[in-house]
Design a protein around this ligand. Structure first.
Ligand code: NDP
Ligand code: OXD
Length: 308
């Protein structure tokens, strides 16, 4: 049983140590050392090249080192290869922190105060109680659910939307495309935590964003291509939307002359909402290899036909 790890070498040293200590039966190799391509059954990577995939005749599972799998070129991945996204506590904790920070920044008018500070203008804004600020999360998977749980203690009215809806205590859950307009109409702050698929590309567009209440704000922590950037800019300039916090853009890095950088109502961060922690990732992967070897379902296995 051999795992090939092709990501950051420094993080790889932590992975290697954990595999050696906790799973010595699984050989851990990286591209810096000679290895037999025919021995590789598992690959842990961010965006493996077509050449690498083609060089591994016995590959069984491609593990993403991140929560998303949209960076994989599925066309070069033979259909029998299973694909697994990363679920580990560090990613969840980072996303919970970031989403909470962004919600509170918007709720407490930080965008206005940033502008006022530039002009040395002392301009208090009347406080709106949390109970009057409705928050909605698109995508009720591992991360969307964790973010909603973390927001509960503040007292915001919470709602969520996903393909299947589901039931989350204290959250008004909506399912499917037909329920999207009603959900959007109840979001003063909308958080996008969807995976990027053919169905969700461009989902944050004029049609959907204009269904948000007047003065609503957007947090995009999903993927840059979820957002139609010209639609966001025009809805901000028309003052239908009051602000946006964007951790993901298209492309990344965002070019220096992009209008998002200088827009007074947009806050940008460079795709740092959460990052995979190497210790949690190595342990999550070992646990999944054990499940696979025992014929059990793996945590985070992707339905390839669905794209997430
Ligand atoms: P999951 O796969 O656990 O959850 C995805 C959710 O999206 C599910 O609730 C699913 O619905 C819903 N969904 C998918 N397609 C549709 C659709 N067409 N219509 C409605 N709902 C849909 O993903 P995670 O929570 O683990 O991660 C979500 C995304 O967050 C990642 O794919 C990645 O893009 C992004 N991310 C960003 C990071 C950052 O640093 N900015 C870090 C980590 C992740 P259902 O429950 O019905 O299946
Ligand atoms: C991820 C990400 O998918 O960092 O983990 O966006």
């Amino acid at each position: 049983m051999t795992l090939l790890y092709t990501s950051d070498p420094e993080r790889g040293r932590i992975w290697r140590g954990i595999f050696a200590a906790e799973a010595p039966d699984i050989a851990f190799v990286d591209p810096a050392q000679p290895y037999d391509p025919a021995a590789i059954r598992y690959l842990a990577a961010w965006a493996p090249s077509a050449e690498l995939i083609a060089s591994l005749p016995n590959l069984e599972i491609l593990f993403s080192i991140g929560a998303g799998i949209d960076q994989f070129d599925m066309m070069v991945l033979p259909p029998h290869i299973r694909v697994v996204r990363m679920i580990e506590p560090g990613i969840t904790a980072g996303m919970v922190e970031y989403a909470t920070m962004a919600v509170l920044a918007l709720h407490r008018n930080l965008i206005d105060y940033r502008e006022a500070q530039k002009e040395a203008r002392w301009a208090p804004i009347k406080l709106k109680p949390a109970g009057e600020r409705r928050i909605g999360v698109m995508g009720l998977g591992n991360l969307g659910q964790a973010v909603l749980q973390a927001l509960k203690p503040f007292g915001f009215p919470l709602s969520g939307w996903s393909r299947s809806g589901g039931a989350i205590e204290g959250v008004d859950c909506h399912a499917g495309a037909d329920a999207l307009p009603a959900f959007l109409g109840r979001c003063d702050i909308l958080i996008c935590l969807l995976p990027l698929t053919e169905e969700t590309r461009g989902i944050l567009c004029r049609d959907s964003l204009s269904k948000l209440p007047q003065g609503a704000a957007l947090i995009n922590v999903g993927r840059g291509p979820h957002l139609e950037e010209h639609d966001l800019l025009s809805l901000l300039d028309e003052a239908h939307l009051s602000g946006a916090v964007l951790d993901v853009t298209d492309p990344e890095p965002l070019p220096a002359d992009h209008p998002f950088w200088a827009h007074p109502r947009i806050m940008i961060t460079p795709h740092i909402a959460s990052m995979t922690r190497p210790d949690g990732a190595a342990r999550a992967l070992i646990a999944n290899i054990r499940r696979f070897s025992a014929g059990q379902p793996m945590d985070g296995e992707v339905a390839r036909d669905r794209g997430y």
